[in-house]
Design a protein around this ligand. Structure first.
Ligand SMILES: [Ca+2]
Ligand SMILES: [Ca+2]
Length: 107
């Protein structure tokens, strides 16, 4: 049986994983809200100041989610208060609090 672990499959090469340096690789360190906010805005790839479903999916993929499409969907349901299908600057705090609860750790 092929035991190759495909943990990085589908993660784009621009992924900012590993941006936050950890001193001890044995200890999982959770992203802080500030780090998560920075990660999400890094994925505003068209620089329109809003996060689309596609941008959210890429951000969650980078965070290590195995179901980034679902996470993007849930995040929009939760944080998109005005229902325009995008997370704006005013709405990003709710997105960040959602991501914090998911407990992503620094890889
Ligand atoms: Ca955008
Ligand atoms: Ca919105």
């Amino acid at each position: 049986m092929n035991m190759a672990f495909a943990t990085t499959r589908g993660v784009d090469k621009n992924c900012v994983r590993g941006l936050v340096k950890t001193r001890d690789k044995q200890l999982p360190i959770r992203y802080t809200p500030e780090q998560l906010r920075g990660m999400f805005w890094r994925y505003d790839t068209n620089r329109d100041g809003k996060l689309s479903r596609k941008e959210l999916k890429e951000a969650f993929n980078c965070l290590g989610s195995s179901i980034p499409g679902f996470r993007a969907h849930r995040a929009l349901n939760r944080a998109d208060e005005n229902g325009d299908g995008y997370i704006s600057e005013e709405e990003v705090e709710e997105l960040v609090s959602y991501a914090v609860k998911l407990g992503y750790v620094v890889k």
